[in-house]
Design a protein around this ligand. Structure first.
Ligand code: HEC
Length: 272
Protein backbone atom coordinates (compact mmCIF):
# COMPACT_ATOMS: atom_id res chain seq x y z
CA UNK A 1 0.00 0.00 0.00
CA UNK A 2 2.78 2.38 1.00
CA UNK A 3 4.59 1.61 -2.25
CA UNK A 4 1.52 2.42 -4.33
CA UNK A 5 1.07 5.71 -2.49
CA UNK A 6 4.70 6.60 -3.03
CA UNK A 7 4.51 5.76 -6.72
CA UNK A 8 1.34 7.80 -7.13
CA UNK A 9 2.94 10.77 -5.38
CA UNK A 10 6.08 10.44 -7.51
CA UNK A 11 3.98 10.35 -10.68
CA UNK A 12 1.91 13.34 -9.62
CA UNK A 13 5.08 15.33 -8.92
CA UNK A 14 6.65 14.26 -12.23
CA UNK A 15 3.53 15.42 -14.00
CA UNK A 16 3.57 18.74 -12.11
CA UNK A 17 7.21 19.28 -13.05
CA UNK A 18 6.53 18.55 -16.70
CA UNK A 19 3.57 20.90 -16.69
CA UNK A 20 5.59 23.70 -15.07
CA UNK A 21 8.46 23.21 -17.53
CA UNK A 22 6.14 23.37 -20.52
CA UNK A 23 4.43 26.43 -19.10
CA UNK A 24 7.77 28.19 -18.60
CA UNK A 25 9.02 27.35 -22.10
CA UNK A 26 5.76 28.36 -23.74
CA UNK A 27 5.92 31.75 -21.96
CA UNK A 28 9.32 32.69 -23.34
CA UNK A 29 11.59 31.46 -20.53
CA UNK A 30 14.60 29.60 -21.93
CA UNK A 31 17.62 27.74 -20.61
CA UNK A 32 21.08 28.84 -21.63
CA UNK A 33 22.38 26.07 -23.90
CA UNK A 34 25.33 24.08 -22.51
CA UNK A 35 27.59 25.38 -25.24
CA UNK A 36 25.90 28.71 -25.80
CA UNK A 37 28.35 30.20 -28.23
CA UNK A 38 31.64 29.42 -29.81
CA UNK A 39 34.66 31.44 -28.91
CA UNK A 40 35.01 32.22 -32.60
CA UNK A 41 31.63 33.96 -32.92
CA UNK A 42 32.22 35.99 -29.75
CA UNK A 43 35.59 37.02 -31.14
CA UNK A 44 34.06 38.19 -34.37
CA UNK A 45 31.52 40.17 -32.37
CA UNK A 46 34.28 41.82 -30.31
CA UNK A 47 35.89 43.08 -33.50
CA UNK A 48 32.77 45.12 -34.31
CA UNK A 49 32.25 47.66 -31.50
CA UNK A 50 35.95 48.49 -31.25
CA UNK A 51 35.92 49.66 -34.87
CA UNK A 52 32.35 50.87 -35.49
CA UNK A 53 32.21 54.62 -36.06
CA UNK A 54 29.32 55.15 -33.60
CA UNK A 55 30.91 53.04 -30.87
CA UNK A 56 34.65 53.11 -30.19
CA UNK A 57 35.70 54.27 -33.68
CA UNK A 58 39.18 52.81 -33.39
CA UNK A 59 41.48 50.84 -35.67
CA UNK A 60 43.21 47.51 -34.96
CA UNK A 61 46.60 49.26 -35.13
CA UNK A 62 45.63 51.95 -32.61
CA UNK A 63 44.21 49.34 -30.23
CA UNK A 64 47.36 47.22 -30.51
CA UNK A 65 49.59 50.20 -29.84
CA UNK A 66 47.58 51.35 -26.80
CA UNK A 67 47.37 47.91 -25.22
CA UNK A 68 51.07 47.45 -26.07
CA UNK A 69 52.03 50.45 -23.92
CA UNK A 70 50.71 48.92 -20.73
CA UNK A 71 53.35 46.86 -18.88
CA UNK A 72 50.70 44.71 -17.12
CA UNK A 73 49.14 43.77 -20.45
CA UNK A 74 52.53 43.04 -22.01
CA UNK A 75 53.25 40.58 -19.20
CA UNK A 76 49.79 38.99 -19.25
CA UNK A 77 49.64 38.62 -23.04
CA UNK A 78 53.09 37.05 -23.14
CA UNK A 79 52.06 34.55 -20.50
CA UNK A 80 48.91 33.48 -22.37
CA UNK A 81 49.82 33.89 -26.04
CA UNK A 82 53.62 33.46 -26.09
CA UNK A 83 55.79 35.55 -28.35
CA UNK A 84 53.19 36.73 -30.90
CA UNK A 85 51.51 38.53 -27.94
CA UNK A 86 49.67 41.78 -28.52
CA UNK A 87 47.84 41.49 -31.82
CA UNK A 88 44.28 42.68 -32.51
CA UNK A 89 43.33 39.06 -33.01
CA UNK A 90 44.63 38.06 -29.57
CA UNK A 91 42.99 41.08 -27.96
CA UNK A 92 39.56 40.08 -29.29
CA UNK A 93 40.27 36.48 -28.28
CA UNK A 94 40.91 37.64 -24.70
CA UNK A 95 37.73 39.77 -24.65
CA UNK A 96 35.70 36.80 -25.96
CA UNK A 97 37.14 34.46 -23.32
CA UNK A 98 36.20 36.95 -20.62
CA UNK A 99 32.67 37.43 -22.00
CA UNK A 100 32.13 33.71 -22.08
CA UNK A 101 32.56 33.35 -18.32
CA UNK A 102 29.91 36.02 -17.70
CA UNK A 103 27.21 33.69 -18.98
CA UNK A 104 26.38 31.24 -16.24
CA UNK A 105 24.05 28.27 -16.09
CA UNK A 106 22.19 27.30 -12.94
CA UNK A 107 19.86 24.68 -11.46
CA UNK A 108 17.02 26.54 -13.23
CA UNK A 109 18.50 25.70 -16.67
CA UNK A 110 18.80 22.05 -15.72
CA UNK A 111 15.18 22.03 -14.59
CA UNK A 112 14.03 23.53 -17.90
CA UNK A 113 16.06 20.87 -19.73
CA UNK A 114 14.20 18.09 -17.95
CA UNK A 115 16.02 17.38 -14.69
CA UNK A 116 13.30 16.86 -12.07
CA UNK A 117 15.36 17.37 -8.96
CA UNK A 118 17.26 20.60 -9.40
CA UNK A 119 14.61 23.03 -8.14
CA UNK A 120 13.15 22.84 -4.63
CA UNK A 121 9.41 23.01 -4.00
CA UNK A 122 9.75 26.63 -2.87
CA UNK A 123 11.73 27.59 -5.99
CA UNK A 124 9.11 25.93 -8.21
CA UNK A 125 6.37 27.86 -6.41
CA UNK A 126 8.38 31.01 -7.17
CA UNK A 127 8.74 30.09 -10.85
CA UNK A 128 4.98 29.52 -11.05
CA UNK A 129 4.37 32.93 -9.49
CA UNK A 130 6.92 34.58 -11.77
CA UNK A 131 4.92 33.31 -14.75
CA UNK A 132 1.37 33.64 -13.40
CA UNK A 133 1.72 37.07 -11.81
CA UNK A 134 3.24 38.42 -15.02
CA UNK A 135 6.92 39.09 -14.25
CA UNK A 136 7.76 37.06 -17.33
CA UNK A 137 6.00 39.57 -19.60
CA UNK A 138 9.04 41.83 -19.15
CA UNK A 139 11.78 39.51 -17.84
CA UNK A 140 12.01 36.68 -20.39
CA UNK A 141 14.41 34.87 -22.72
CA UNK A 142 17.61 32.99 -21.81
CA UNK A 143 18.88 35.91 -19.71
CA UNK A 144 15.48 36.35 -17.94
CA UNK A 145 15.45 39.98 -19.11
CA UNK A 146 17.54 42.30 -21.22
CA UNK A 147 15.22 42.25 -24.22
CA UNK A 148 12.82 45.12 -23.63
CA UNK A 149 12.63 48.74 -22.63
CA UNK A 150 9.77 49.35 -20.19
CA UNK A 151 8.30 52.07 -18.07
CA UNK A 152 9.07 52.08 -14.37
CA UNK A 153 6.94 52.68 -12.36
CA UNK A 154 4.20 51.50 -14.65
CA UNK A 155 1.27 51.94 -12.32
CA UNK A 156 0.02 53.81 -9.34
CA UNK A 157 1.54 57.17 -10.11
CA UNK A 158 0.39 57.32 -13.68
CA UNK A 159 -3.38 56.96 -13.45
CA UNK A 160 -6.09 58.67 -11.45
CA UNK A 161 -7.44 55.41 -10.06
CA UNK A 162 -4.97 52.99 -8.57
CA UNK A 163 -6.30 49.46 -8.06
CA UNK A 164 -4.36 47.03 -5.91
CA UNK A 165 -4.95 43.31 -6.07
CA UNK A 166 -3.83 40.18 -4.25
CA UNK A 167 -2.90 37.06 -6.17
CA UNK A 168 -4.65 33.73 -5.50
CA UNK A 169 -2.38 30.80 -6.34
CA UNK A 170 -5.18 28.23 -6.42
CA UNK A 171 -7.34 29.99 -8.98
CA UNK A 172 -4.42 31.84 -10.66
CA UNK A 173 -6.54 34.94 -10.42
CA UNK A 174 -6.24 38.35 -8.89
CA UNK A 175 -8.64 39.64 -6.30
CA UNK A 176 -9.39 43.25 -5.93
CA UNK A 177 -8.10 44.50 -2.58
CA UNK A 178 -7.84 48.30 -2.52
CA UNK A 179 -8.55 51.37 -4.57
CA UNK A 180 -6.88 54.76 -4.24
CA UNK A 181 -7.43 58.00 -6.05
CA UNK A 182 -4.19 59.61 -7.06
CA UNK A 183 -4.25 63.30 -6.47
CA UNK A 184 -0.68 63.75 -7.67
CA UNK A 185 -1.36 61.99 -10.93
CA UNK A 186 1.61 63.20 -12.83
CA UNK A 187 4.41 62.31 -10.53
CA UNK A 188 6.97 60.88 -12.87
CA UNK A 189 9.34 59.20 -10.45
CA UNK A 190 8.16 58.71 -6.89
CA UNK A 191 11.36 57.00 -5.68
CA UNK A 192 14.76 58.20 -4.67
CA UNK A 193 16.04 59.81 -7.86
CA UNK A 194 19.73 59.09 -7.35
CA UNK A 195 21.82 60.65 -10.13
CA UNK A 196 18.78 62.34 -11.69
CA UNK A 197 18.63 60.02 -14.71
CA UNK A 198 15.06 59.17 -15.70
CA UNK A 199 15.54 57.34 -18.97
CA UNK A 200 15.79 58.80 -22.45
CA UNK A 201 14.26 62.32 -22.41
CA UNK A 202 13.07 61.76 -18.84
CA UNK A 203 10.38 59.32 -19.92
CA UNK A 204 11.05 56.77 -17.14
CA UNK A 205 11.65 54.02 -19.67
CA UNK A 206 14.48 51.71 -18.67
CA UNK A 207 16.08 48.54 -19.97
CA UNK A 208 14.38 45.55 -18.31
CA UNK A 209 17.36 44.10 -16.44
CA UNK A 210 18.73 40.59 -16.79
CA UNK A 211 17.92 38.57 -13.68
CA UNK A 212 20.74 36.01 -13.93
CA UNK A 213 22.89 36.07 -10.75
CA UNK A 214 20.58 38.75 -9.40
CA UNK A 215 21.22 37.90 -5.74
CA UNK A 216 24.85 38.86 -6.29
CA UNK A 217 24.40 42.15 -8.11
CA UNK A 218 22.97 44.56 -5.52
CA UNK A 219 22.32 47.49 -5.38
CA UNK A 220 19.36 47.42 -7.75
CA UNK A 221 17.69 49.51 -10.44
CA UNK A 222 19.37 51.82 -12.94
CA UNK A 223 20.47 54.11 -10.11
CA UNK A 224 21.37 51.54 -7.46
CA UNK A 225 18.77 53.03 -5.13
CA UNK A 226 17.53 49.80 -3.50
CA UNK A 227 19.84 47.43 -1.65
CA UNK A 228 17.56 44.51 -0.74
CA UNK A 229 16.37 42.03 -3.36
CA UNK A 230 13.22 41.38 -1.36
CA UNK A 231 12.31 45.06 -1.41
CA UNK A 232 12.79 45.11 -5.21
CA UNK A 233 10.45 42.12 -5.65
CA UNK A 234 7.84 43.83 -3.50
CA UNK A 235 8.16 47.04 -5.55
CA UNK A 236 7.93 45.15 -8.85
CA UNK A 237 4.72 43.50 -7.64
CA UNK A 238 3.20 46.78 -6.51
CA UNK A 239 4.33 49.21 -9.21
CA UNK A 240 4.62 47.00 -12.29
CA UNK A 241 1.76 44.60 -11.65
CA UNK A 242 -0.49 46.17 -9.02
CA UNK A 243 -0.17 43.15 -6.72
CA UNK A 244 0.35 43.25 -2.97
CA UNK A 245 2.26 40.03 -2.30
CA UNK A 246 1.93 37.87 0.79
CA UNK A 247 5.04 37.05 2.81
CA UNK A 248 4.93 33.48 1.45
CA UNK A 249 4.78 34.72 -2.14
CA UNK A 250 7.73 37.05 -1.54
CA UNK A 251 9.71 34.15 0.00
CA UNK A 252 8.96 31.93 -3.00
CA UNK A 253 9.87 34.57 -5.58
CA UNK A 254 13.08 35.35 -3.72
CA UNK A 255 13.96 31.63 -3.61
CA UNK A 256 13.25 31.33 -7.34
CA UNK A 257 15.40 34.36 -8.21
CA UNK A 258 18.25 32.86 -6.16
CA UNK A 259 17.97 29.65 -8.21
CA UNK A 260 19.17 31.76 -11.16
CA UNK A 261 22.59 32.09 -9.49
CA UNK A 262 24.98 30.29 -11.79
CA UNK A 263 28.09 28.25 -11.79
CA UNK A 264 31.04 29.57 -13.74
CA UNK A 265 31.16 28.19 -17.26
CA UNK A 266 34.12 25.98 -17.99
CA UNK A 267 35.84 27.04 -21.14
CA UNK A 268 38.85 26.00 -23.03
CA UNK A 269 41.09 28.72 -24.32
CA UNK A 270 43.01 27.00 -27.03
CA UNK A 271 45.14 28.77 -29.56
CA UNK A 272 43.35 28.96 -32.91
C1 HEC B 1 6.19 46.00 -17.08
C2 HEC B 1 7.50 45.37 -17.07
C3 HEC B 1 7.98 44.67 -15.82
C4 HEC B 1 7.33 43.72 -15.05
C5 HEC B 1 5.94 43.15 -15.26
C6 HEC B 1 8.27 43.33 -14.01
N1 HEC B 1 9.44 44.02 -14.14
FE1 HEC B 1 11.09 43.82 -12.98
N2 HEC B 1 11.92 45.44 -13.89
C7 HEC B 1 11.38 46.14 -14.95
C8 HEC B 1 12.20 47.31 -15.24
C9 HEC B 1 11.98 48.32 -16.36
C10 HEC B 1 13.23 47.30 -14.28
C11 HEC B 1 14.36 48.33 -14.16
C12 HEC B 1 13.96 49.57 -13.39
C13 HEC B 1 15.11 50.53 -13.20
O1 HEC B 1 16.22 50.24 -13.64
O2 HEC B 1 14.91 51.58 -12.59
C14 HEC B 1 13.04 46.11 -13.46
C15 HEC B 1 13.87 45.71 -12.43
C16 HEC B 1 13.77 44.50 -11.74
C17 HEC B 1 14.74 43.99 -10.79
C18 HEC B 1 16.05 44.68 -10.43
C19 HEC B 1 17.14 44.23 -11.36
C20 HEC B 1 18.44 44.98 -11.26
O3 HEC B 1 19.46 44.43 -11.68
O4 HEC B 1 18.46 46.14 -10.82
C21 HEC B 1 14.27 42.80 -10.32
C22 HEC B 1 14.93 41.87 -9.32
C23 HEC B 1 12.99 42.56 -10.96
N3 HEC B 1 12.74 43.62 -11.81
C24 HEC B 1 12.17 41.48 -10.71
C25 HEC B 1 10.84 41.41 -11.13
C26 HEC B 1 9.86 40.48 -10.60
C27 HEC B 1 10.13 39.41 -9.57
C28 HEC B 1 8.68 40.77 -11.22
C29 HEC B 1 7.33 40.16 -10.98
C30 HEC B 1 6.82 40.24 -9.61
C31 HEC B 1 8.94 41.85 -12.17
N4 HEC B 1 10.25 42.22 -12.05
C32 HEC B 1 7.98 42.40 -13.02
C33 HEC B 1 10.25 45.78 -15.66
C34 HEC B 1 9.29 44.87 -15.21
Amino acid sequence: MKKVMFLTLALVSLYANEELREKALSKGLRPIPKDFSTLKSLREQAQGPTQASFEMASTPELIESRVGKNPEYIKAFRKVFGEDEITFDNITKAIAAYEKILVTRSSYDEFLEGNETTLTKEEKRGLNLFIDMGCKACHFGPAVGGQKIQKFPLRAYNSIIDLTTTFDEKTHKRHFSQMHFNTKMYHPFPFKNVGGFLGKNGTCYFRVPILRNISKTAPYFHNGSVKELREVIKMMGKYQLGIDMTKGQLDALEAFLKSLDGKLVEYNLTKK
